[in-house]
Design a protein around this ligand. Sequence first.
Ligand SMILES: *Cc1c(COP(=O)(O)O)cnc(C)c1O
Length: 415
Amino acid sequence: MDYQTLAVLAGLPADDPHGAVGLPIYGVAAYRFSGLEDGQQRFATGEGYTYTRIQNPTAAALEQRLAALEGAVGAVALASGQSASFAALLSLVRPGDEIIASPGLFGGTVGLLNQVFGLMGVKTTFVAPEADQVRAAITPNTKVVFAEVLANPALAIPDFEVLASLCEERKIAFLVDNTFGAAGYLARPLDHGAHVVTHSLTKWASGHGSVLGGAVLSRETSLWENFPQFLAADLQGRVPLEAFGSRCYPERVRHLGLAVGGMVLSPFNAYLLFQGLETLPLRVERQNLNAMRLAAFLAGQPKIAWLRYPGLASDPAHRRAAKYLQGGFGGILTLGIKGGLEGASRFLSQLKILQAPNVGDVRTLAVHPWTTTHSRLPEPARLAAGVSPEMVRISVGVESAADLEAMLSEALAAV
Ligand SMILES: *Cc1c(COP(=O)(O)O)cnc(C)c1O
């Protein structure tokens, strides 16, 4: 079935006692057992519900829908995009292991790698997500290569197939943060060889900037045979790979991230995210059209030093975008205002478009990464992440393109 169909039908409970159309919210912490054997059985097998920290029917419906939308073998929903990255990595590494990551990754991810995994004795080497550089950085301890589908605000797209075959050959997990792939509508890295994808559902899945959420998804693979954590018997005496096959990875994410890690998504937020996915294709199609129209408008403006939008044939990311973004070129564009920091400041002081550090919202949002999202990085690291003082990032929403054009035009006049 096509994405648009799965987005409204996948994951709907078939056995609702009242025949509800839509997803009921299970606002409960625990589930009752019919007797000793029932409780024992549920705890021993992990089948059936016990306690919402481990699984909840509303969150489970969201997980099923996400897995269907991206062709995954399993999905785990968590409290935020950060907790998804945390649990995804925690399930892949052990002290002494190494990670290779792109320096352009989301700031929170860089912090997680340096400040949390660094403390746990897991070292990260930062190199651009290009095959020659990644190959040179691989050591016998490398367990993960971590890239982003469309790094922002630099708007760089890795060559997924090339990186995936390198990881496959070296038995390394290829992990892609697919937040900017809009829950698989714009991009499906699992189809191009990634083993695991993570999402901040806060962005396109929510679509309304109203709740936080995250998810980890993985595909069918034999890679886990090379990871000792899936070959050693667990506390119940089960060898994860034998018991679950490819699902051993999402099971570990559920165990470490939720059952013992406690990074649980509220059932209420799961409900909103499940509903958000239903209109995601409509919103993203509109954002694609609006962004293309604004890019064409901005490209001819004299107050603009440069413009980046992967949909423009002249854009450095265009060729890979055309190959990997099967759902269109997305709603993110970045521009450099003439006059550096001063020019950007004048532009933003007159801009009627909302200014906020979020993306994927129905509303168009602008931000000045140099002084906000990336301000805590030292200057050289900001530049390495593709951020510059004159840069403004725009996440295009679903408003009328003519109104957005007028707002941009008015602010440019002030520069
Ligand atoms: C927002 C974001 C995150 C973190 O997600 P939260 O839901 O804010 O915790 C991770 N990766 C990317 C690419 C993001 O844009």
